[in-house]
Design a binder for this molecule. Sequence first.
Ligand code: K1U
Ligand code: ZN
Length: 167
Amino acid sequence: MALLPIIHYPDARLHKIATPVAAIDDGIRNLARDMAQTMYSAPGVGLAATQVDVNKQVIVIDISETHDQLLVLVNPQILDSRGRSDCEEGCLSLPGIFEKVTRAEWVRVQAMGLDGKSFQLEADGLLSVCIQHEMDHLKGKVFVEYLSELKQKRIVGKLKKQQRRTL
Ligand code: K1U
Ligand code: ZN
């Protein structure tokens, strides 16, 4: 098992578009295991492969307090969505930044599991938000890019100040 370094915003690698996984093999199983360990240790409730500089469509999510409800979604696709809702979001690539984003309230998602089988999942609440947030990472989009240019500039300034303090 390994903890993977998480890329911090602004970094051009967060804008890469992830490629679909052709087949589940030991490489993908090990990646999902290391991503889960990295997410739990951060701590966070989700992580996309893009955030650990792997250009593959893999996300891990666990919104449980007990850390025993791990979801691994390979090649996720949104089949249907309903409603709109505002939710405060955070991101392990932007430590300390929390902002409200409007997203679909309910989603139906199709993905491949680590057993290589396709499955569908319906989600609302935090799980729905988290799935949409992580799928955006796979498309190279970071949640603050839904905000105004001015807000984005202020956030980048705050993050750069934070990074200087930790160097
Ligand atoms: O960086 C990421 O993509 C993970 C992100 C997922 C997320 C959280 C909230 C709304 C949308 C997406 C996080 O996990 S940020 C950290 C966080 O929210 C959290 C940390 C510890 C306990 C509970 C939540
Ligand atoms: Zn994120």
